[in-house]
Every structure is written in C-alpha cells, then in structure tokens.
Design a protein around this ligand. Structure first.
Ligand code: S3P
Length: 424
C-alpha cells in the first residue's frame, strides 16, 4: 500500500463493529438458551476465529449479509467435544475467553493459534483457572498450545496482577461453571462487556468498584445484541481528523462505554476539537463523533487511564508526534505483550518517520512537532501498527509504503477503502 500526505479528510463513516462485543456475542450466545440475533458484527479475522471454534463445538452459527450473525444457543452444558484442535488464529481474546469456558466442560480440548499467539502470555490465565480446579496446561505452563481436560470448578476470589479484561473475562466465564460465586479484583477497571452481556442474559453479576462477582446461573437467556461501532477503529479517524490539516470527519454510532473512552479524554486534553452528538444506549452507550483539525499539544497518559485506551495507544503516539511539546506514556507495559511489542514497534516506526521518540520501561516519551517524512513502514504483522502508521503517513512529506497491509483484516478489513473514501 502506498500512501501520500493528505490535504484534508472529509465526510462521515461508520467503522466496523466492536471487536470485544462481537466476540462475546458469539460466546455467550452459544451458551445461552435460545437464539441470539447479532447486528453490526465485526467480520474481521479474529471474530471469525471465534465463530469457527464454536462451530467446532456443535453450535449452529449463521453468518448473514450485512454484518448479521445468528447464534443458535446450545445452553450452558450443550457444547460438544471438538474433533480437532480449536484454532484461534491471531486472537488473544478468543484464546483467553474460550479457555475459561472450556475449563468448565466435560470434554477435553486443545487450543492453538498463529505464531503471535504462541508468544503471548497464557500463564496469567492458567494460574487462576487452576486455582478454580481447572485441569489446564500449556507449553512451560506459560504459552499456547493449551490442553484442557474436564475439571470440577469452584469459586475463588482472585486479584488480577494486571488490569486485563481478557483475564478477568476468562475467570468470570469459568465462574459460570463453578459451584460457588467467583470474585475478581482488578487493579483498575477494564472493559466490562462480559459483565454487561451476562447481566442482560439474566446472570447475577455484582460490580463494586474494581470488585466483580459472578453468581453461577442455572441458565443464560438469549438476548439480541446490537454491536456498536468499535471506538478502537474509530480512533484512527479521530486522530486523522485532528492532525491532517483542513479535515472534518464524523464517525457514526461509536461505542463510548466509559471503560473504553479514554481516547476521547486524552484527545480532548491534547486540544482536539471533538463534538459528540446523538447519544443513545442499547446495552452499550453510543454516539456520533465529529472531529475537526486543531493544533494538538503534549499530555501525560498513565495510571487508570491505560486500560481505558490500551488499544488506542499506538495511534495516540502518532497524535503526540504531531503535537507541540512532550507527551509521556507510562504504566503501559501491557503494550509489550499485544499482537506485537507495541512500544518497541511504535518507537521504531515513528523514529523512521523523523519523530523524536524515546522508549522507556513502561511506555515512551514523544517530543512532538518535528517534521515527519514518508518511509517504508513495518507492521510487525500487527493490525494496529499498520493502521497507526497509515494515519501517520497522511502527515508525512512524500510517499510512504506499508508492505504487509493485508494485516488490517484482523480488525478492519475495509480500512484502506474507508481512508480513500474520506479523501486519503
Ligand atoms: C480485549 C481486551 C484487551 C484488548 C484486546 C481486547 C477484550 O486486552 O487489548 O484488544 O476483548 O477483552 P487485555 O485484556 O489483555 O488488556
């Protein structure tokens, strides 16, 4: 993909459905009694991996045109033994959340994924699931493939070592199969889509600050899911609209769950011109967001904000490179264990474009305002690095190249077309 500096992006777009909500609609729809109609589903590779895994466990899932999915629930105890390994592709969410569900089944299963998944930390789920009574093992007890045997689960109270919704959700989903309530204590609130969807399906879930308790239900009742547009995908265009001179972009129907909207808080603190309209709530709060170009300035990003914008940090680093003054990202070591080491990747690629960036132990320091120039950018086979550097390319003098552009299909298959439609 070749990209050029832009004179302005204009128009309105709807970005694809939320990845986290799409995964959960299939998983919980499969475990519910009744049929779940999902609209706005993200047809990205990660969510298709989730569909594939549940089909292999006997769940009928119809994928319609126009981002609709119908999940024919089999009930909490209706999954059947897969005849082959469950392959989760590049998807950490699929791998970790399914592990929680599989720990409570009466059949054995094996989970495997691509080269990136085999490097991502799974010890963090193996430890609490074993405490619950799961019979689960991995390579060196840390990595995929994971082998899960039938186990009898009991409720635990577990303090998470990191604020991770994948880890929290794995434990809560295993908790559906436990003989007593399970409590998870988070260091800071992470995305709460699992809790919201479980409650909507009739399961008892209490949230008291950072303490979440799930009460094992008799059954889950199917509820239709309207997936909001993914704020993590919207973020690319919010940053583009802020930094590309002369732009005005409206992104429609964006999910603004308070556990996910840190990117809006940070862009506002940087001086971005954002207008939120048409707010509504259909299980998840949504609105339309209009962004107009403005001069950004540096800011501090750390602490409890990090889990609220973890996937948006790469593109926020691009915004920081275009801002006046210094931006410090700290408390973000989790970025090192995403689809790539996103701290190292962004420091390297922004430096390639001429930005002044220093890697730190838990983030980076970006001294913004240096003139940026086009380059051949690497993606590290990470969808969010590819899209972040594509946005960066719009403000780089000259031409940029992204060789591995197909990787965007993980979460946003149509990304480059959407950028072209806005005038990029
Ligand atoms: C996700 C949680 C986050 C996020 C990932 C999706 C989820 O990961 O980075 O893209 O759907 O629960 P962690 O929970 O590991 O931070």
């Amino acid at each position: 993909m070749k990209l050029h500096s832009s004179n302005g992006l204009h128009g309105s777009i709807t970005v694809p459905g939320d990845k986290s909500v799409s995964h959960r609609s299939v998983m919980l729809g499969a475990l519910a009694d009744g049929v779940t109609h999902v609209t706005g589903f993200l047809m990205g590779e990660d969510c298709l991996s989730t569909i594939d895994c549940f089909r292999k466990m006997g769940v009928r899932i119809d994928v319609g045109d126009d981002h609709t999915v119908t999940v024919h629930g089999v009930g909490l105890h209706g999954l059947t033994a897969p005849t082959e390994r469950l392959y989760t592709g590049n998807s950490g969410t699929t791998t970790r959340l399914i592990s929680g569900i599989l720990s409570g089944q009466s059949f054995a299963s094996t989970l495997t994924g691509d080269a990136s998944i085999e490097k991502r930390p799974m010890g963090r789920i193996i430890t609490p699931l074993r405490q619950m009574g799961a019979v689960i093992s991995g390579v060196d007890d840390k990595f995929c493939p994971l082998a899960i045997e039938p186990g009898k689960l009991h409720g635990i109270t577990y303090t998470l070592p990191v604020a991770s919704a994948q880890l929290k959700s794995a434990i809560l989903l295993a908790g559906l199969y436990a003989d007593s309530p399970t409590t998870v204590i988070e260091p800071a609130p992470s995305r709460d889509h699992t809790e919201r969807m479980l409650r909507a399906m009739g399961c008892g879930v209490d949230t008291d600050g950072c303490r979440i308790t799930v009460y094992p239900p008799d059954h889950l009742t199917a509820r239709d899911v309207a997936v909001p547009a993914d704020i993590s995908s919207a973020a690319f265009f919010l940053v583009a609209g802020a930094i590309v001179p002369g732009s005005e972009i409206t992104v429609r129907n964006v999910g603004i769950n308070p556990t996910r909207d840190g990117v809006l808080e940070v862009l506002r603190a940087m001086g971005a011109d954002l207008t939120l309209t048409n707010r509504r709530d259909d299980g998840e709060p949504v609105c339309d967001i209009t962004v107009r170009t403005s001069q950004l300035h540096g800011t501090q990003i750390g602490g409890a904000l990090i889990p609220r914008l973890i996937d948006e940090l790469p593109v926020l680093a691009v915004a920081a490179a275009c801002a006046q003054g210094e931006t410090v990202i700290r408390d973000a070591t989790e970025l090192k264990v995403k689809e790539s080491n996103r701290i190292a990747a962004m420091v390297r690629e922004l430096t390639r474009a001429g930005a002044d960036v220093t890697e730190t132990d838990d983030g980076m320091i970006i001294r913004g305002g240096k003139p940026l120039h086009g380059a051949a950018f690497e993606t590290y086979h990470d969808h969010r690095i590819a899209m972040s550097m594509a946005i960066c390319a719009l403000v780089c003098a000259g031409q940029s190249d992204i060789a591995d552009d197909g990787v965007v299909a993980i979460s946003y298959p149509d990304f480059f077309d959407a950028l072209r439609r806005l005038g990029g």
